[in-house]
Design a protein around this ligand. Structure first.
Ligand code: RP5
Length: 165
């Protein structure tokens, strides 16, 4: 059973989305990842939502570029939280995907993160934080990871200070 389901609109999105899976795995969160398009495979998208929800998935993460309707299409079919990652790469620089993902009608939210890999990482962190509401051990892992990030900033900051002293 996957706690988090990661869908992307095309295999061409993979490089931008894969850091999401790395973060989920580092936190021990089980996930399933596949390709489905809101436009090219609407029936597959619907079936994936139905199947994973029935199997106990708790959060969907959806990444897409261009007219990025995948997250919205999933949000229309589930009451589970849906996180959207807009993918860049078009002449519009990703603004098309950002607006398509974020501008959902009231009642059907998509928690939209930043574009591309930065957003992919935060989608995983946000999904983990949602799961941690009912999983204190996961909450402790998230807190420990943040402590490590703080320590790293302090260490690199001090190294930089020494370099220019
Ligand atoms: C979107 O169209 C996909 O998410 C991808 O970002 C973009 C281009 O898809 P391909 O033509 O590369 O398959 O639906």
């Amino acid at each position: 059973m996957a706690q988090v389901v990661v869908l992307m609109g095309s295999a061409s999105d993979e490089d931008r989305v894969s850091p999401c899976v790395d973060v989920l795995k580092s936190l021990g969160v089980s996930c399933a990842i596949t390709v489905s398009s809101a436009h090219r495979t609407p029936e597959r998208t619907e079936e994936l939502v139905r199947t994973h929800e029935a199997q106990g998935a708790r959060v969907f993460i959806c990444a897409a570029g261009m007219a990025a309707h995948l997250a919205g299409a999933v949000a229309a079919r589930t009451t589970l939280p849906v996180i959207g990652i807009p993918v860049s790469g078009t002449a519009l620089g990703g603004m098309d995907a950002l607006l398509s993902t974020v501008q959902m009608p009231p009642g059907f939210p998509v928690a939209t993160v930043a574009l591309d890999t930065a957003g992919a990482r935060n989608a995983a962190w946000l999904a983990a934080q949602i799961l941690a509401l009912s999983d204190p051990e996961l909450g402790r892992k998230i807190a420990a990871a943040r402590a490590a990030m703080r320590a790293d900033v302090e260490k690199t900051g001090e190294a930089l200070t020494r370099k220019y002293a």
